[in-house]
Design a protein. Sequence first.
Length: 421
Amino acid sequence: MGKLTEIMDNGLAVAVKPMSHMESVSFGIWIRAGTRYEETKNNGISHLLEHLLFKGTKTRGMKEIKEAIEGRGGSFNGFTSEEVTCYLVKLLAKDAELGVDILSDMVLNPRLDEKEIEKEKSVIVEEINMYKDIPAQHVHEILTEMLWPDQPLGMPLAGTVESVNSMQKKDVDVYKNTFYSPNNMLLIGTGRIKEDEILGLADKYLSISAKAKPVKFIKAVNNQREPLLKVVKKDTEQTHMALAFHAMNRFSPDRYTASILSIILGANMSSRLFHVVRDELALCYEISSSVRKYEDAGAFVVGAGLDESNLVRALEVIFKELNRIREESVPDEELKRAKEFYKGQLLFTMEDTMSHMLWLGEKMISKEKELDVKKTMDRVNSINRDDITRVACNIFKNESMNLAVIGPVKDENRLKGVLHL
């Protein structure tokens, strides 16, 4: 479904997915740079640099960039994750060249003004403080640190107040020169654009020589041997919990089975946890599950927001459901519904040029081999009840359990008492 069209002479990977029936085109410049490539002292520098690239280039001001894109009806953005940074734009197909021109200018020629760096550091410090005031988000940051303690994968994406405040222009320059090189990038386009068009744009705007050697991240280490609990006592109206188990990485043959397992348990409103914990027992307002997949690690996560008085009971019910899916085969009809949900959501993603670009770009920059939607659907269709049971047994283990809680917890010992399958 996606096609890696060419590796340019400077090492830049270029990919395209023509969608001739669309009016738009979406581009992404993906860079293998994120939290995993940071250290404690520069934690958050990937995120800071992403912010700074929207502050103007050596030839374009910040306002000029915004007006150029939005004045054509387009939109643009960027994001930083643990393993990648992405800059993206969506425009009408007639304005495709403008999109690549501006994205490449931002990535290759950012202004990186010292005053702007200091201003943006203050903005990010406020962002960090804001997240700490949002328990539903902060609890997952705590959970990540529990899963991968004292290593880059467990560090916060935005960094810490101390690490961000300590960053200087020279640190930003060194980081950019190390990672923002064509041989560490992918340019991908989806929508009304042909292969020769995107290759021509790549040659015109991204043909600078490669200067940096690719940097490898430190592999994740899992030394956990017993259930872990971290409670942050806070006088909140609602208690937020995040439960996680170590799981498979993005290359595992079982990655699709884990996604189907998540759908059965908590990824939609017809899932088991939503039905039992919320609808039947009314123990919470919100509950969901998800799967995090990285190149060499992963996690199965269940999150919920609820009244503190319901926390222990909710955990007991969650653990009961996790045990049930390990011990009892999933009914055929339930498995079929979960598969259809997965496939439907995937096909919806393929209908939009931006969603398609994000799906394909993440796979390509991570060097996944399976890029065809039909093959993905075939893999999902082949999952059987025994696969669900096997993967559930592999994931849901006491020694792999992590629970983070934020709220007015009254009896932490009672919480520890139920922390087992």
